[in-house]
Design a protein around this ligand. Structure first.
Ligand code: GLY
Length: 395
C-alpha cells in the first residue's frame, strides 16, 4: 500500500511548501483508515458517528448514502487498488434501489449519483453506471419549478406524522447548489441543453434569493407554490431565519465555485468569492467554522468540521480559477481551513475511530452535534487532493 502511494504522489509535482507535505501525509492516513475499516463497514454506508467513534448507518435512500462511495472512488483513483473498486461497486444496488423508488428521490439525487455512478462511468467507463446517472439526472430535472426557476428541495415527510406541505413544494435550499453538477454532466453527455438550462436557472435563483446583500446566506427560501412568487428566507438547520448556517454557506461556496469551473461563468465565480470572503471574515480567529455564524457566544458554540472541509475544497477551486496573483490569497484561506481540521478534528491518528474527522454538526437544534459525518470525510479528502494539485473529481 505505502509503495503505491509513493508511486502515485511521485507523479505529482509538490510545491516546496511544507503544507503540501503535511497534506500528502494526511491523505495517506485517510486512505489507510478507509482500507482498514472496510471489513467492518461491509456494504453499509455511514450516516453519522456515535459515541465511541464508530458509525451508525444509512437507511435506503438517505441523502448521505454516497459519501463513502465518493471516498472509495477517490481511493481507487489514488492507488489503483482493486479493493476500492470492489467496495464501491458492491454499493451499486443501493443506488439502483433509489431509482426504483420515486418517493426516495429528491434534490439530493446529485450528491447521490455524482459520487457513485458518474464516478464509476468516469473511472471505468461502465455503461450501466452512465445510464443510471442519466436516469437520476432526468428525475432531478422534473423537480424544476418553471414559475419560480428553482429545483424543489424536499418531499413530504410522512414519518413526522403527516405530510408537511411546506416540505412538498415552494422551497429551495442552499444545499442544492451541490446537486447541479449532475445536471451539467448530463448536459455534456447527452448534448441536451435542458439539463444545463435548469442548472443555470436554479443557480441564478439561488444567487438572487439565498445570497443576501451582505454576502451571508439564507438556508432556504420559500415561494408561492402556484405562482412562484418569492415570499421569504427561512432556516431549517440553522440558528435563526436571519442567521447564517455555516454549512449552507459552505454548500454555496463549493457549489458556485464548481459551477464556475464547469461553465466558465465568471458571475458564479464572483459569488463564490464573495461568500468565501464573508465566511473568512465571520470565522474571526477560529480556524474551524462555528456551526452557525449568528449564534450567540460563538466562541463556546459547537464547530462544524464538515463546513470547514466543504469550504476548503471549494476555496481551492476558486484558487484554480483566478489569475496567479490572486490565487495565493485563496490558497491561504483554504490552507487555513485545512489546518484547522488537521489541528482540531483529525481522527486519522486515532486507531479507534472509523471516520476521518471529529466535531461535525449535522443538525444542532435537533441534538446532532460534535460527531463524525461522512460528508465531512469526503470533502476533507477532496480538499487534501485539491491542495496537492489533483483536478479529476466526479463533479
Ligand atoms: N444537506 C443536508 C445537510 O447539509 O445537512
Amino acid at each position: 500500500m505505502k509503495a503505491q502511494f509513493d508511486t502515485y504522489f511521485g507523479s505529482v509535482v509538490l510545491p516546496a511548501s511544507s503544507n503540501r507535505l503535511v497534506h500528502q501525509k494526511a491523505l495517506e492516513r485517510c486512505l489507510e483508515r478507509l482500507q482498514n475499516k472496510l471489513p467492518t463497514l461491509g456494504v453499509r454506508n455511514p450516516k453519522i458517528g456515535i459515541d465511541n467513534l464508530t458509525w451508525s448507518y444509512c437507511r435506503p435512500g438517505d441523502w448521505v448514502i454516497s459519501f463513502l462511495s465518493g471516498q472509495l472512488w477517490l481511493g481507487l483513483q489514488l492507488t489503483g487498488d482493486s479493493v476500492f473498486l470492489n467496495a464501491a461497486r458492491a454499493r451499486r444496488s443501493a443506488f439502483r434501489d433509489i431509482l426504483r423508488d420515486r418517493r426516495a428521490q429528491n434534490h439530493d439525487l446529485g450528491f447521490q449519483f455524482s459520487l457513485s455512478c458518474v464516478a464509476d462511468w468516469r473511472t471505468t467507463g461502465s455503461k450501466e453506471a452512465r445510464e443510471m446517472a442519466l436516469e437520476a439526472a432526468r428525475n432531478l430535472l422534473w423537480r424544476y419549478c418553471q414559475q419560480g426557476k428553482y429545483i424543489q428541495a424536499w418531499n413530504a415527510r410522512p414519518g413526522q406524522g403527516e405530510d408537511r406541505v411546506e416540505f412538498v413544494a415552494g422551497r429551495m435550499i442552499a444545499d442544492t447548489m451541490q446537486n447541479l453538477a449532475l445536471l451539467y454532466w448530463a448536459a455534456d453527455e447527452t448534448g441536451n441543453p435542458d439539463f444545463s438550462d435548469v442548472a443555470n436557472g436554479h443557480a441564478e435563483t439561488t444567487a438572487k434569493y439565498l445570497v443576501r446583500e451582505d454576502d451571508t446566506s439564507f438556508h432556504t427560501f420559500v415561494f408561492d407554490k402556484v405562482s412562484g412568487r418569492p415570499l421569504r428566507g427561512e432556516t431549517h438547520q440553522g440558528y435563526a431565519h436571519d442567521s447564517c448556517w455555516s454549512r449552507g454557506q459552505a454548500w454555496m461556496i463549493h457549489g458556485f465555485a464548481q459551477s464556475a469551473l464547469t461553465t466558465r461563468n465568471d458571475a458564479y465565480l464572483d459569488i463564490a468569492k464573495r461568500l468565501a470572503a464573508k465566511a473568512e471574515n465571520l470565522m474571526g480567529s477560529s480556524n474551524v467554522p462555528v456551526w452557525d455564524f449568528g449564534v450567540p457566544d460563538s466562541a463556546n458554540a459547537p464547530r462544524d468540521s464538515s463546513a470547514g472541509a466543504i469550504m476548503a475544497a471549494g476555496v481551492y477551486i476558486i484558487a484554480d480559477l483566478v489569475p496567479d496573483a490572486e490565487a495565493a490569497r485563496w490558497k491561504a484561506l483554504a490552507d487555513r481551513l485545512l489546518q484547522g481540521l488537521l489541528d482540531e478534528c483529525d481522527l486519522t491518528k486515532n486507531p479507534q475511530a472509523e471516520g476521518l474527522l471529529a466535531h461535525g454538526a449535522a443538525h444542532v437544534t435537533a441534538g446532532y452535534a460534535d460527531t463524525m459525518l461522512p460528508y465531512g470525510d469526503y470533502y476533507f479528502m477532496e480538499a487534501l487532493m485539491r491542495s496537492l494539485g489533483h483536478t479529476e473529481f466526479f463533479w
